[in-house]
Design a protein around this ligand. Sequence first.
Ligand SMILES: [Cu+2]
Length: 221
Amino acid sequence: MGSPLLRLFIFRGTYLGLVGVLSFVAWGCQNQPTGAPQPIPETSRVESRTSQLIGHIVPVAGAPPAIMMLRPHVALEISLPSELAEMDQYGRAFFPQLLVVKEDQVVRFKNSENELHNVNVTDESGATVFNIGMPILGGMYDHVFEQSGRYAVRCNVHQEMAATIFVTANPFAGIADREGRFSFSGVPYGSYDLIARRGVDQIEQVVTLDAAYVEIQVGIE
Ligand SMILES: [Cu+2]
């Protein structure tokens, strides 16, 4: 009994089940502690040469969050993030109010509410980069910032609407959270300047990444 098609399904099901068991056993074996050091396969060796940096910077009450960056001491081939960076408008506010992007990364501006806004972006000298109207409920505009720097974002219809876009050439950049915690993963081993920037204040310290996890406290020796 059973059609050829049904038999095929049964066969494939058994086969996949067997593969599942075999790979589970192999995974289990890899995790057994062994007496002598085993040679590491080439692929694992490459993966193990990246580090996760976990850090903390003392938060300052009332100050903007710290922008954290890693500047490598040797040139690194790190590709741009594939996802779009987004700055939305709703509740008569920009979200997020601080956006950190890489040079040449696409930034998408959106208007998600039933209220007319504009997006007026100026550079550090006060020169207008662009100023566009944003149609209600789905207005959208993409822009690529080619120059590092700090850009002010405003809506001229609502004076209370303001945000900042920070553009950097550093391959690793992000924002510390409310408690001052930050982390970077997949960072190639090596030495870096860790840069912390809050408003126009900036501090730098050298970090050496030579282990899978490295912890750092910024600004306190
Ligand atoms: Cu507005």
